[in-house]
Design a binder for this molecule. Sequence first.
Ligand SMILES: [Fe+2]
Length: 375
Amino acid sequence: MQARKEGGVTLRDAGLDVAFPDGSSAYFNYFWLRDNCQTSFDAITRERSFDIFAEESAPEPEAAVLVEDALELVWRCGHCSRYPLDFLTSYAAGAPRPDPADLPRRAWLGDHYPDVPRYAQPALVADPALRKAWFETILTEGVALITDMPDTPDALEVTAALAGYVRPSFFGNSFEVMTHINPTNTAFTASALELHTDLPSEEFAPGIQYLHCVANSVEGGNSIFVDAVAVANDFREQYPEDFKLLAETEIPYFCEHDAFDMRARQRVIELDTHGEVSGVTISQHMADIFDLPQDFLDFYYPAFHRFGRMLQDEKYVMRFRLNAGECICFDNHRVVHGREAYTATSGDRHLRGCYTDRGELRSAYRVLSGAGRFA
Ligand SMILES: [Fe+2]
């Protein structure tokens, strides 16, 4: 096809060039244009109702022209499309759509406890602006404290539901962390619980974790939290080769008892689409026997060991006592957590936990930011 130039538009074989009023120009593909005509989306469902697969061949333009603030295009089939120039400009560079939930992370160290943002549960229920602040805290810092939790059995799930659907694990919708007679998990004993992320043996480990402290009158049992982003960023600087091994190698995790046999392979260090550290997956008590070539382990194990030791460096370790009526909420892929041992006979210690997912938290944050295409 010969390029045809008319009214600020040049028609080419597979797409067209638009000359914008500011002097810049950009190229748009005909499939993309036809697929994203304003009439392609249903006003009620907001979903694309146009089916490009129903077209027998590539869409072909008959004529196209710039009118004031829009591109008007008549297709050979007779359909007319109108594209506001603002819309075209926002897709001209082919860059991902800006995402308000894609916020830079703020790494924190062991002295972070006084600065952990606190939100009163009744205020979160009542005030969407406060919920947005809470979600932003989780997205940027990975941990927040919810105070004034109602002393009711459903308070935890009601609170978590503000951030997304409660996401069951193989322990059910929620789980009780207290000493069990026949424990299926170290968490259900009075022993120290080493730093870990929860349920790495699930193919998609839970995203956001909530631990509601119902009672805590025991001696010991302090909570231990570490920002793995802070540790992994330092690790990347100091041991770049080790970092690469932990970010690229999948290792096996397991959780097996009489009625379940969960297995999954995970990378210890998780990177986001920008290549930044977004979290870790680590658990000594759920790491399966590494079934990797032994000579590879000559490199992997020292890196894994070095990282595990670095996680425990006091510089990074935030210790605090979770009190009855508080709920700690954190990114289970970012905040590595554990517990000091406690004396089971010295009182009661009862935490109730549940999970929601990271994607739903981001969704809730975007809605409250009013940044959607239909907002
Ligand atoms: Fe845990």
